[in-house]
Design a protein around this ligand. Structure first.
Ligand code: HEC
Ligand code: HEC
Ligand code: HEC
Ligand code: HEC
Ligand code: HEC
Length: 378
């Protein structure tokens, strides 16, 4: 039976909300101090979610504890709260963006939380705030934008999507030179959506790309998206991954790295007996038989050394710009022929995906192998 207890504090808040009006004051368009109160659904029972007893409807407390173990909660980057960052890095900015308002600065911002992905008060449930397909802007001249449509995963892609890049990667840049004027000339950190669907990398002319791994078209993943793997139910002893932690990697009780593979080994996908995080399936011929993570880490390492010896990226761990592009507005990096800037671009693209090839092994490995071959060409 659902509890219908209404906490006294909740009652007072409700009356405030009613006084303010359920829609919340909207203010004139363009005003920056808009209150984004989405109101309370009619007949909402506060106790359904704010339950001092055992909540077996939504397990809100459990979800809160899981979320507190996610990087959404502890990542710390919610101070990226200016209008150009807040739309992905804060709940306040994300809600504005989803409401179709322009994103404003939020000095007192909170990280992506319950009210970003859900709107429990206005809807009275935990349905996802959005499931609409997401346009992924292309950072490569001549390559069109793509639409990401992976069901529930579309919510994730609203933030785990690329940002604009200036200048765009352009193999036909004027004078056949890419002029790079910033040390952060790379795809931002949310490239997972592109990687999963197999778009966004730079493909060199004259090299054959054979497509994607199964994940890009798998029927379960097309409906569940990121959730299929990242929000699997945790099993005993692995309570610190899956669910609202959204982590796959965790530290086990012996303080060793472990991976929650419950999402991978569901029936119809991988056989549990032999499956590891370093799996290699049909892309084995591309990697000489080694596992996804081993292969991708080795190729990234090779590229890092090669790009370092070119003087394109900073490889000195003692430098404050370690790992960044060696370029600034006063000292631009000029890459000629322009097409070779695709190597730099792909290095960061695969690195920032962070899955070490798990999302789309074939796509990642072929981008890395072709990039290495291109840079080694005289
Ligand atoms: C469908 C679930 C749901 C219902 C129903 C619900 N809430 Fe909430 N509410 C939440 C969640 C989730 C949070 C954020 C997590 C938390 O603080 O527990 C929250 C947070 C709050 C907070 C804390 C806000 C803060 O800034 O710390 C108050 C106060 C609150 N709700 C009041 C109410 C009142 C009053 C009602 C009934 C009119 C109500 N809630 C009904 C889910 C719900
Ligand atoms: C409101 C924007 C937003 C949404 C929606 C969102 N994320 Fe995130 N996600 C972020 C941000 C921002 C970070 C980094 C947080 C930080 O560094 O402070 C992050 C971090 C993560 C991480 C940790 C990455 C690491 O480096 O360890 C995972 C995993 C993740 N998100 C998965 C998901 C999944 C799965 C979904 C969909 C269910 C999702 N995210 C939806 C913004 C979002
Ligand atoms: C389109 C959404 C989006 C926008 C806009 C955005 N970010 Fe991010 N950013 C992300 C996501 C998603 C992550 C987390 C990726 C991960 O950890 O997997 C992230 C991660 C980061 C990180 C952490 C990198 C690391 O190594 O842990 C920094 C720093 C950052 N963003 C800065 C900014 C700044 C500054 C702005 C505004 C100028 C900005 N971001 C705008 C989506 C966005
Ligand atoms: C980054 C996005 C994100 C954040 C933040 C988030 N959730 Fe969720 N939540 C999801 C997704 C995705 C699902 C899975 C929906 C599905 O499988 O249909 C979900 C499912 C749920 C469910 C189950 C809904 C049902 O009908 O069974 C509850 C309850 C819930 N979340 C509560 C919370 C609470 C409480 C918080 C804050 C502590 C929170 N969520 C934060 C994305 C998020
Ligand atoms: C087929 C399963 C699968 C799907 C679908 C999937 N991921 Fe992953 N993801 C993984 C695996 C496996 C890793 C690697 C985990 C590790 O090595 O710690 C990973 C890593 C990540 C990381 C880096 C986490 C970290 O701790 O460094 C982020 C962020 C991420 N995924 C986000 C997403 C987003 C966003 C989506 C949807 C666009 C998505 N993933 C779809 C399996 C998946």
């Amino acid at each position: 039976m659902k509890s219908i207890t209404t906490l006294p504090v909740a009652v007072s808040l409700l009356s405030v909300a009613l006084l303010v009006g359920c829609e919340g004051p909207q203010g004139p368009p363009g005003e920056t101090t808009v209150v984004s109160l989405e109101g309370f659904a009619a007949d909402i029972k506060c106790g359904d979610c704010h339950n001092p007893d055992v909540d077996s409807t939504y397990y809100v407390w459990a979800k809160k504890y899981q979320w507190e173990l996610s990087k959404h909660y502890f990542g710390g980057d919610f101070e990226r709260n200016s209008s150009s960052c807040a739309g992905c890095h804060t709940t306040e900015g994300f809600v504005e963006r989803m409401q179709g308002k322009s994103v404003t600065n939020h000095v007192d911002a909170s990280p992506p939380g319950c009210f970003a992905c859900h709107s429990p008060h206005s809807r009275g449930d935990f349905s996802l705030r959005t499931k609409a397909p997401v346009v992924l802007t292309s950072a490569i001249t001549g390559v069109p934008d793509q639409t990401f449509d992976f069901g529930k995963g579309n919510l994730c892609a609203e933030c785990h999507k690329p940002r604009t890049l200036s200048p765009k990667m352009n193999a036909n840049a004027p004078g056949d030179s890419m002029v790079i004027t910033t040390s952060r000339w790379y795809p931002h950190y949310g490239v997972q959506s592109q990687m999963l669907m197999g778009t966004g990398g730079f493909q060199f002319p004259g090299y054959t790309y054979t497509g994607n791994s199964n994940h890009a078209t798998n029927t379960v993943i097309k409906q569940e998206g990121c959730i299929a793997c990242h929000m699997a139910d945790a099993s005993a002893g692995s309570g610190i991954a899956g669910g609202h932690t959204m982590n796959i990697e965790y530290e086990n009780t012996s303080r060793q790295k472990a991976w929650l593979l419950n999402g991978c080994t569901v029936s119809g996908c991988h056989a549990a007996a032999s499956f590891t995080i370093n799996y290699i399936g049909s892309s084995s011929s591309l990697t000489g038989g080694v596992g996804t993570h081993t292969a991708v880490e080795a190729y990234l390492d090779t590229l890092f050394q090669l790009l370092g010896s070119k003087g394109w990226i900073e490889t000195d761990p003692a430098s404050s710009s370690f790992g960044l592009v060696k370029a600034s507005s006063s000292k631009p990096l000029v890459v000629k022929p322009a097409v070779k800037a695709g190597v730099l671009f792909n290095y960061y693209f695969v690195e920032h995906d962070l899955s070490k090839g798990s999302h789309n092994t074939r796509y990642a490995v072929e981008l890395l192998k072709s990039s290495i071959a291109e840079l080694r060409k005289p």
